[in-house]
Ligand binder design. Structure first.
Ligand code: VJV
Ligand code: CA
Ligand code: ZN
Length: 393
């Protein structure tokens, strides 16, 4: 592809580790690290690497992981071996240590390396932002928002986002965390529950009994005590199946616009989970590549240091579409790239499933029935607006 040039006046950095992508959660497990390889090959095929600073990230050290995680948990994570759990027992085993070894968070070969590489990329991104060598830092291998201090959860073992935000807080007074993965960003919310230096905002499908992890109701907004500085600093936007680009972007722009005005963050961390796209194997929304990418565009327009993390995304060719489009937004070349996928994308076969001439921004999957009435969306905006009255920069 021709003509992709470095952006004028700012720097984009791209952080990845090809060794991370070789790991397997198991044949039929929905989380497929090779979606990162697919995404990168599309990004490179468009020639975008010439417009960014490209870094092969190192693995995070034990000490860096211990910034957030308990040493008990890390020690166990570093020594467990992939012992096959009998198929019929795996879901009813009541005492999985640290929630490790079940079907959501299986033990696999090289697990500790995989986790420390994901965190290493996210941490390198934060360090480049702190040293002002980068204005938009991209870490598609990060975004594992469910991991807790001493527990694995929902395909996540190490919370690279928390570790990365802790690094930002060494230089930045206030960080805004935004999460557009279809699941609630519970691990990040919990980690910063008691501080007013991080505001967390998650948009997600909410159905406490039928959709993971079941938390993130509209009125779960931080500690209930007014004496706790974290009060009102968790924003939750619970949504139902089938939400469209137009509805999502209205909510995103209104809510994030007001939060930036009130909270005045000095940096933004955006988790770009691609399971909120239409046609996702686990997701339920109707977002298209444009609607998902519009969130990245909106954050970029805030003109603040920005980290883009990956996250969920279980239909690999659509994950690659979204993260490629969002990389182009970071660079500012989204209007210059050819929507017909490059002929020489090594993985072009993956996209043959769609049409003979697959494109970057085509309609993804059968639309789901939209269960988000306009009235409910207005109520959400109103609740968040009232919540923000209690927030001071
Ligand atoms: O819903 C759950 C938990 C259960 C127990 C485990 N069974 C398999 C499913 C129900 C209650 N877990 C969710 C976790 C979603 C994690 C999302 C992660 C992210 O995108 O937010 C960030 C990276 C869930 N939904 C679907 C599955 N688990 C699932 C797991 C499998 C599977 C099929 C579906 C694990 C193994 C295999 N198939 C072979
Ligand atoms: Ca979310
Ligand atoms: Zn998810």
């Amino acid at each position: 592809e021709a003509n992709i040039t470095r952006p004028k006046g700012y720097t984009v950095s791209f952080h990845c580790n090809p060794d991370m992508e070789k790991h397997h959660f198991g044949m039929t497990h929905p989380m497929k690290p090779w979606r990162l390889t697919l995404s990168k090959s599309l990004i490179y095929s468009y020639g975008m690497s010439f417009a960014m600073d490209n870094y092969i990230s190192r693995a995070a050290t034990y000490e860096e992981l211990a910034d957030f995680h308990s040493t008990d948990y890390l020690d166990f994570l570093g020594t467990v071996l992939p012992e096959p759990v009998p198929r019929d027992l795996e879901n009813q085993n009541p005492d999985l240590k640290f929630n490790l070894g079940g079907s959501d968070c299986p033990l696999f070969e090289g697990l500790y390396d995989y986790c420390s590489m994901s965190a290493g990329g996210a941490l390198d991104a934060a360090r480049k932002i702190c040293s002002e060598q980068s204005d938009i830092a991209i870490a598609w291998g990060g975004g594992l928002h469910h991991a807790k201090k001493a527990e694995a959860s929902g395909f996540c073992y190490i919370n690279d986002i928390v570790i990365s935000i802790l690094q930002l807080l060494r230089f930045h007074p206030r960080v805004l965390y935004i999460d557009i993965d279809v699941h609630h960003g519970d691990g990040v919310e919990e980690a910063f529950f008691s501080t007013d230096r991080v505001m967390t905002v998650s948009f997600h499908k909410y159905d406490p009994n039928n959709f993971f992890p079941g938390t993130g109701a509209l009125d779960d907004n931080g500690p209930k005590s007014e004496h706790n500085s974290g009060a009102h600093h968790a924003v939750n936007v619970p949504l139902q199946d089938g939400i469209t680009d137009e509805q999502y972007d209205m909510l995103f722009n209104t809510i994030i616009g007001r939060i930036v005005e009130k909270f005045r963050p000095s940096a933004i961390a955006l988790q770009c989970g691609a399971d909120s796209l239409a046609g996702d194997r686990l997701g339920r929304f109707n977002l298209q590549v444009q609607g998902h990418g519009a969130c990245v565009e909106f954050c970029k327009r805030m003109n603040l240091p920005l980290i883009l993390f990956g996250g969920g995304g279980y239909t690999p060719r659509n994950v690659a579409r979204a993260w490629t489009y969002e990389t182009s937004i970071a660079i500012g070349c989204q209007d210059k790239i050819n929507p017909i996928l490059p002929q020489h994308t090594p993985w072009r076969d993956q996209f043959r499933q769609d049409t003979l001439f697959p494109t970057l921004e085509q309609i993804l999957g059968e639309p789901r029935l939209n269960k988000n009435p306009p009235k409910r969306l207005q109520d959400i905006v109103q609740h968040v607006t009232e919540q923000l009255r209690f927030v001071q920069a």
